[in-house]
Design a protein around this ligand. Sequence first.
Ligand SMILES: Cc1cc2nc3c(=O)[nH]c(=O)nc-3n(C[C@H](O)[C@H](O)[C@H](O)COP(=O)(O)OP(=O)(O)OC[C@H]3O[C@@H](n4cnc5c(N)ncnc54)[C@H](O)[C@@H]3O)c2cc1C
Length: 400
Amino acid sequence: MGTKEKSMDLSSPPGFVQLFEATRKVASEVAAAHAADVDAKARFPIETLAALREYGVLSAAVPRELGGAGCNMQELSQLCATLAQHCASSAMVLAMHYIQLACLARHGMESEFFRGYLSELVRRQYLLASMTSEVGTFGDTRSSICAVRCGDGCFQLDKDATTGSYCAHADAILVTCRRDEEAANSDQVLVLVRREDCTLTQTTSWDTMGMRGTCSPGFKLVSAGDEAQVLPGSFADSSAQTMVPYSHILWASLWWGIAAGAVAKAANFVRSQARQKPGSVPPTASRLAEVSVELQAFKQNWMSAARDFDALGDGPQGREELLSLGWALRLNNLKIASSEAAPEIVHRALKIVGILGYKNDSPYSLGRHLRDSLSGALMISNDRIAAKNASMLLVHKEAA
Ligand SMILES: Cc1cc2nc3c(=O)[nH]c(=O)nc-3n(C[C@H](O)[C@H](O)[C@H](O)COP(=O)(O)OP(=O)(O)OC[C@H]3O[C@@H](n4cnc5c(N)ncnc54)[C@H](O)[C@@H]3O)c2cc1C
């Protein structure tokens, strides 16, 4: 895993406006400059993550009472969308980190250990990764084979994960597992495994079509630590109330960011065509107008989900609502629609730009955008999600 970064000045924690400005700057000045190299070498975006740490962006989701910015879903999704316009892999790392952070912040606040850990995360700008996948569970995050073993105040946990994004660069990994060795596959908990608690052995490679900078090969994890690192409650609840909403909304926002980045390139191309023939509107301009309709509708979809999620509040009633079929369907629909919309919009942008978008060495190149956006439908397979929706719709009668 990666090295610890410099400490934050806790006397003046940045608010959302400062974090947004900082993310915009990091996106356009750092992420944009390194995105092609990150993609070509399938390497971790170290420069971007270092810059985000420098500005305190990694603690945006930590509650204010623990020194973080206390950003809500609408704010976090804007940060992810902004970064994704220049480097989708960096944005995916940030989104996955926020998803794990939200699990700790929303389910660990009663625990002295987790409150202490979150305060430390603000100072040290720790990066959190996730291990839900496992050899033998076939993409079903709500099922585990491995089990945590607790005794004498300690835990032991070993896991064979198929895919572990940036695990080798993270300060800690949130790992799903069975509650104990007698528990059913679906009776899961989350365990915070810190870098110093584990050994990681890489088992597969990550030479993929896209999202290459997420560095997500398989890993064998062998770990041990304090029993207090087992997150209170069940993963059934933290998944429905936090992991799924944060994943689907933040992923949707970053997939939108990829599409927006591609449309921005297409718009630049159309303007350059217009400049070549002053006084005329190039034929590609009407294609651009058409794709901007799709982009706007896509944005409204994730923004409205983020707004409605924030409106639920963090009380018991809001948490209860998130367990409803209505919310499950809405979030699943958002995930399916956004992961399909992103590559479609990028493809439309490519058709506007033409050969200069198809070339890898042109300023209008859209290859990386298209390849990155194709991961959305696979990252928790849309077919798997659609099958769950099909069962829920048999009993859920309210209109969407
Ligand atoms: C960029 C990226 C980053 C990732 N990062 C992480 C990470 O950090 N940590 C982690 O744990 N995991 C990570 N994953 C893995 C992810 O969580 C899933 O485990 C993985 O994407 C699912 O792999 P799969 O296609 O083998 O799964 P499956 O869901 O088993 O799908 C295999 C095939 O079966 C089909 N299928 C499945 N169910 C049904 C059904 N009910 N009906 C019809 N067809 C079905 C699918 O369409 C697909 O064709 C990442 C994945 C990606 C793409």
